[in-house]
Design a protein around this ligand. Structure first.
Ligand SMILES: *Cc1c(COP(=O)(O)O)cnc(C)c1O
Length: 403
């Protein structure tokens, strides 16, 4: 058997791990540790790579108040999915002019609630919803979500969202006729999108919609290029700078040098890399003497924050401490539900002397984990999440709040 190896350098190297362990070694498992320095660094990277684009953090990726507070202070705007995320953003004095109600599925009472609190920007992909916005948020700006296939992404957001371009033309005309301001087009190419060319298709469709509506006298002013920017899982991606460069080129190819207002809505990219889930081995066993693979049960599973391992869609980088020969294993969570298996087709390696009580480190778990973890399935509490102390040098300066 080959020796166990893990590309620790891709995930901050030994120094990041030892810094984490000085804190995590004294705490219980499972526990998600968030490093706000990394969130800040990711924010600055994207901002520098696409200085013309306004960043609206998609709060649903990780609604920790400390993250919302940090990003608000750095000058980010926010994409909200519900009135509760609106309240969270407003609790940090985010100007409602910097909030986009990006969920296309909204109760009328929630539209009214957002309007009362000053939100004037709404996403729609159904004429019914446009009507609701016209009634409960009169005069607001609306943008229309065009559907995408989600091809090339690890966590597609297709089918349920968006509408065919023909319907969007109708919706924009309907919005204009009902006192709203048809403001722009949005799309989401799928989360953890590894094929950058998907943005080009969506931008081409957007350009066509801009032109057709202009012929009707409706001048759109904004493109919302969604999320989909990459985090560092096992399957490699280009760095975000390459995404930004390519997307900029696609935009300029279609729209020329004077671009409309450009909005991005990163969720995963901003927070995933900042999280490490510390977990513990509960049990190791074989199901039959002649089985090739051992089952390794750990105290983190699909219901404890790792739901994106469902169907092995997202392959989290998992580091076991210890050397020695690598053994391929089947990894499963702790609950009494046979769905709670993390990885069986893709075999993760583990040093073969790992035993009960040993710890493992699941990297890139800062997005779509804590907020997805179940409340009390099998009695387990929701995933514990803690913020690592900030490195003094990285404390954010207060920045102007205009983009
Ligand atoms: C979830 C979501 C995002 C964030 O997507 P990521 O792939 O996590 O960056 C952005 N916009 C909308 C409308 C979303 O629903």
């Amino acid at each position: 058997m080959e020796a166990y190896t893990f590309p620790l350098d891709r995930f901050g190297g030994p120094s990041r791990l030892s810094r984490l362990k000085t804190i995590a070694d004294h705490g219980p498992t499972p526990c998600l540790y968030m490093d706000l320095d990394i969130v800040e660094a990711q924010y600055r990277r994207l901002r520098d790579a696409m200085p013309f684009a306004e960043i609206y953090y998609a709060i649903k990726a990780n609604p920790a108040p400390q993250i919302v507070e940090l990003l608000a202070r750095l000058g980010s705007s926010f994409d909200i999915a519900s009135r509760y995320e609106l309240d969270l953003a407003l609790s940090f004095d985010v100007d409602p002019a910097r909030i986009s109600y990006g969920n296309t599925i909204k109760k009328r009472t929630d539209i009214a609630y957002a309007y009362e609190r000053g939100v004037r920007l709404y996403a729609c992909d159904a004429e019914d919803d446009v009507r609701h916005v016209a009634e409960h948020a009169p005069g607001s700006r609306v943008f229309f979500r065009v559907f995408t296939q989600g091809t090339g992404s690890d966590w597609p957001l297709s089918r349920k969202f968006g509408a065919h371009p023909e319907l969007i033309l109708d919706m924009a005309r309907f919005a204009a006729a009902h006192g709203l301001e048809p403001y722009g087009i949005s799309f989401h190419v799928g989360s953890q999108q590894r094929d950058i060319g998907e943005w080009d298709d969506a931008i081409a469709r957007t350009k066509m919609l801009f032109e057709e509506l202009a012929a009707d006298g409706i001048q759109l002013a904004m493109i919302n290029i969604g999320g989909g920017f990459p985090a560092s899982y096992l399957d490699p991606t280009h760095p975000v700078e390459v995404y930004a460069g390519e997307i900029t080129r696609f935009l300029e190819d279609r729209f020329g040098a004077s671009l409309p207002r450009i909005i991005t809505e990163p969720g995963r990219y901003l927070v995933a890399d900042a999280g490490v889930l510390v977990s513990e081995v509960i049990l190791i066993t074989k199901k039959a003497r002649q089985n090739l693979y051992r089952w390794v049960y750990i105290d983190a599973g699909l219901f404890g924050g790792l739901i994106e391992a469902m169907g092995e869609a997202i392959k989290f980088p998992i580091y076991f401490e210890g050397d020695g020969p690598a053994e391929e294993i089947i990894l499963a969570g702790p609950t009494c539900d046979s769905m709670d298996v993390l990885y069986e087709t893709h075999k993760y390696p583990m040093p073969d002397m790992v035993t009960t009580g040993d710890r493992l480190y699941i990297f890139t778990t800062g997005a779509y984990t804590h907020s997805y973890s179940s409340v009390s399935f099998n009695g387990f509490p929701p995933l514990d999440m803690r913020m690592l102390p900030r490195e003094a040098t990285a404390m954010p300066r207060r920045e102007s709040s205009s983009p």
